[in-house]
Structure formats: C-alpha cells, structure tokens
Design a binder for this molecule. Structure first.
Ligand code: DGL
Length: 258
C-alpha cells in the first residue's frame, strides 16, 4: 500500500538522474528515495526509441511494484521514449518526466540564439520537436547532440583533458558568445556545466530542468496528500543495474552543486 512514507523512485540510465535527486532532496529532505541508475544499459541516447521504451517501462513498473509513491523519470531520453505510453497506461499514477528547458531559455531575452545540448534520441524524437515548434516564434534553436559527454560523466571523467577537448571541438562554432543561452537537455550534462560555460562564455545563460522536475514531483504528491510529514531526514537507497557503479553514484550525490 502506498503511504506518505513510501519512497519516491528516481530512475536514469546511470549517473544523470543524480542531478534531479539532489534537487528533490534539497526541497524534500524528509522523503525516502530509491535512486536507480541503469548503468548496465547506458547509454540510452544512442539506442532506438523502441529499445528505450521497453527498458524504461520495465524499470518504472518494477519501481511501482515496490510501492514507490511517485516515479521520477530523471532522464530526458527515457521520458521522450516512454512517458506518454506510461501516462496512458497508468493515468492516475504520479509520474514526473524531464524535458529540455526550452521555454525559459526562449523567453530569457528578445529572440535569443539558444543552443540545445541533448542526446541524439531526445533531439530526433517527436516530443522534442513539438516542444521546439511551440517556441520557434520566440527564439532561434540550434540542436547539438553530445552523446560522448554522457560517457565522460558515467566514467567520472568530466575533468579530464579528453573531455575538455571533446567539448571544445563540438562547441567551437558557438564559442565566445555566439549564442545567448544553452539548454542542458540531458540530466548528465549539469555535471559538465563549468567547462560548457567556460567555452561558450560567462554571459551565456544556462538552463536545465532538474529543479522544475523536483517541484513538479512535490506538487503532485501534495495534491494527493502524500507528502511525508516526518520531521526526520529520509533515507536514500542507491541501486544500480551494474553493482560496481553504486559507490560512484553515492560519491556524485555528495559532490558540489550541480
Ligand atoms: N540522462 C539521460 C538524459 O537525460 C541520457 C543519458 C544516456 O544517453 O544514457 O537524456
């Protein structure tokens, strides 16, 4: 049975969803969480929509069976492949998905040039292209797939020379203020926020959806009377389809602000 003390499940292809877990924990520290990183199937962003839908539905249903009171699909790629299907199948269940933060970026100034960094699957999906069409009258969008950045984050190699060189290579055409804003449309990417900002220019505005998703989860639970009213800090249980990655998940949860 689902109660106020039931956990919130947060799922991702690996380390990325930790950026969302951190925000959830910041605004709802007394909740209990299961963080499930699916590192054995990572990366999601270079697979087909059908593969990711199957993987995501199985993972989400596992969390529902374990009594999670909400499942946060803390992955833009998995959300674009499976959220609509899951919402249709379980219309009353409080799912939270992630989508690239195009709206605040588009409205951040007059006709901004907005660079959108995400996985190849997210950028080619209908969900993303519909969202982009809604704001095309407000901004110029440039789509930039960055699949290798997922691997650098997964391996904890964001601060290496190879990662810097990769980012310099793909961001070079937009460096030195050639864009006004950048959307980090993959939950792994806030871990690389610093080098991205350095290359694009310090005035470039950076947008990502983790706090929006955390607040949406809070609203959904509040509306159902399911917020945990305990005064004590909750428990976070870290799980991974690749056991050898659990310690890294814990370390990344504990590392600076993302
Ligand atoms: N973290 C995921 C996202 O937000 C994708 C990473 C992957 O390709 O596995 O899109």
């Amino acid at each position: 049975m689902i109660t106020k003390t039931s956990p919130i499940a947060v799922v991702d292809s690996g380390m990325g969803g930790i950026t969302v877990l951190k925000k959830l924990h910041r605004i709802m520290p007394n909740e209990n969480y299961i963080y499930f990183g699916d590192s054995a199937n990572s990366p999601y962003g270079t697979k087909t929509k059908e593969q990711i839908r199957e993987i995501t539905v199985a993972l989400v249903e596992r969390m529902m069976k374990r009594g999670a009171k909400s499942v946060v699909i803390a992955c833009n790629t998995a959300t674009s492949a499976a959220a609509e299907y899951l919402r249709e199948k379980y219309p009353d269940y409080p799912f939270v998905g992630l989508e690239p933060a195009l709206k605040p970026a588009a409205l951040s100034s007059k006709w901004p040039r907005v660079l959108v960094l995400a996985t190849p699957l997210t950028l080619r999906e209908e969900k993303f292209n519909k969202l982009m069409a809604r704001f095309e009258g407000e901004a110029e969008f440039i789509k930039l797939p960055a699949p290798e950045l997922v691997g650098f984050v997964e391996r904890g190699e964001v601060e290496t020379q190879q990662c810097t060189e990769y980012l310099e290579r793909i961001l070079e055409p937009y460096a030195d203020h050639k864009v006004d804003a950048v959307v980090l449309g993959c939950t792994h990417f806030p871990f690389a926020r610093k080098p991205v900002q350095q290359i694009l220019g310090e005035e470039v505005l950076v947008f990502e959806g983790s706090m929006g998703a955390a607040k949406q989860c809070q609203r959904l639970l509040e509306a159902r009377g399911l917020l945990n009213d305990s005064q004590q800090e909750g428990i976070i249980s870290f799980e991974n389809s690749d056991d050898s990655k659990i310690e890294q998940c814990i370390a990344m949860f504990g590392c600076g602000d993302v």
